[in-house]
Design a protein around this ligand. Structure first.
Ligand code: BEZ
Length: 211
C-alpha cells in the first residue's frame, strides 16, 4: 500500500555516497526530504540534483535534511556526482542512496510498474521532526520538479505547524494567510493581534503571524 500523509516515514539502512545511513537516526530531530530519480546519467535528473545542491542553503535555513534515491550502484553515483557538479556549477552536499536492491524504492512505493517496470518515478516525501509524512509528490520521468515549489510548501508546512493558519492558493512567504476554521471569532483578537479581515464568514485573513 502506498504511503499516506500522517504515516511514519519507513526507516531503513542504506549505502549512500556519504557512507551507510540509518535513516531515522540520520534525520534526528530535523525535517527531511527524500526524493527519487529514474536513473543516474540521465539529463533531467542531472538538472534536478544540481538545482537541489544549488538550493542547499535554502533547505538548511529551513532545517531540512535532503537525501536522494536511485537504484544504481554506488560507484556510478560517485561518477555521476562529478558530472552534476560540473554541469550545474555546484557541489552536491547531500547523500545519494545506492538502492540497487530497491529496498527503499519499495518501502516508499517509488516504482510504478505501469509507468516503468525498472526505474523509480520522481517521488518527493517531506518528513516532519515527528518522522511523519507531511507531503507526497509524484512526477513522471519526463518532467523535472520545481524545487522552489517544494521550498514554498515547506514554508507553509512549518508555518501551519506552529500557528492556527492555512495558506491560500499560490501563497508566498510574507503574504497574508487564512485563519483555520477551528479558531472561533472570540479567539481572534488574542491569537491574531495584527488583525483579521473577514472576506466571508468562513474565509478570514490575517498577516503572516511570524513576520
Ligand atoms: C531524465 O532524467 O532525463 C529522464 C529519465 C528517464 C526518462 C526520461 C528522462
Amino acid at each position: 500500500m502506498s504511503l499516506r500523509l500522517g504515516d511514519i516515514a519507513p526507516d531503513f539502512t542504506a549505502n549512500t555516497t556519504e557512507g551507510p545511513i540509518h535513516f531515522h537516526e540520520w534525520l534526528g530531530n530535523s525535517w527531511g526530504m527524500i526524493f527519487s530519480h529514474p536513473a543516474d546519467f540521465t539529463p533531467v535528473c542531472t538538472t534536478e540534483l544540481g538545482r537541489t545542491a544549488q538550493l542547499s542553503d535554502e533547505f538548511a535555513k529551513r532545517g531540512v535534511k535532503v537525501i536522494a534515491v536511485s537504484v544504481d550502484p554506488i560507484d556510478q553515483h560517485h561518477e555521476w556526482v562529478k558530472d552534476i557538479n560540473e554541469v550545474n556549477n555546484t557541489t552536491v552536499n547531500f547523500p545519494l542512496i545506492a538502492d540497487e536492491n530497491r529496498e527503499v524504492a519499495t518501502l516508499y512505493d517509488m516504482i510504478h510498474p505501469n509507468a516503468s517496470e525498472k526505474a523509480t518515478v520522481r517521488s518527493v516525501f517531506i518528513i516532519g521532526p515527528d518522522k511523519k509524512i507531511k507531503l507526497t509528490l509524484t512526477y513522471p520521468a519526463s518532467t523535472g520538479r520545481n524545487f522552489f515549489e517544494i521550498l514554498r510548501v515547506i514554508d507553509s508546512l512549518q508555518l501551519t505547524a506552529t500557528y492556527s493558519v492555512a495558506t491560500p492558493a499560490d501563497w508566498q512567504e510574507g503574504e497574508d494567510v487564512i485563519v483555520t476554521p477551528a479558531v472561533s471569532n472570540d479567539q481572534l483578537e488574542e491569537k491574531f493581534p495584527k488583525g483579521v479581515t473577514f472576506v466571508k464568514p468562513y474565509l478570514r485573513k490575517t498577516p503572516q503571524p511570524n513576520k
